[in-house]
Design a protein around this ligand. Sequence first.
Ligand code: DC
Length: 206
Amino acid sequence: MIIAIDGPAGAGKGTLARALADRLGLRHLDTGGLYRATALQILRAGGDPADPEVAERAARSLDESLLDAPDLRRPEVGTAASVVAAIPGVRQALLDFQRDFARTPPGVVVDGRDIGTVVLPEAPVKLYVTASAAERARRRHEELLARGETSIYERVRAEIEARDARDAGRAVAPMRQADDAVEIDTTDLAPEQVLARALAVIDART
Ligand code: DC
């Protein structure tokens, strides 16, 4: 069983992916974490995430312990992740890891930007989880405040929109809804409602 979930930042992909993995007894891979860890490795070493050579080297020698780093979720790491993610050599370096992970029984829920289109196009279940930019920014802003960090809503929204534009506009594996993906707009839905819709799609497709 392979469930591919794509969509923009803050739409609720991660929450849904974890809930589905829990409910169905599957493993979960947050592929954004791989790009974030690559970016964090570069930032910690004082490197430039936009330098293709530096970025590809980091992706090829990724320190997997960074996937659990508390800094991984920081907004500046998200932005740097989106920068390294536009570099073809980085995407290639992370592709095998993602495909190997997906092949491991009993099955997986994989979330990202290009899972249904490039990484696992054969996935029988594809979901495209989205929400308005205003709502996604509001969620991120609340999340940061809840963690005791300073956050300015307008800045969060501008960062989210810049990230969407970069992720959807890059030449290699841009963020895009696969032709056979079912869209779930979470703008006005609670997490349980999103889960119920996803389970209905899975029932219909398997
Ligand atoms: O989902 P996230 O916010 O953790 O992702 C961080 C960045 O990583 C995102 O802005 C673009 C990149 N990414 C990608 O290009 N492809 C994926 N499959 C997952 C993430």
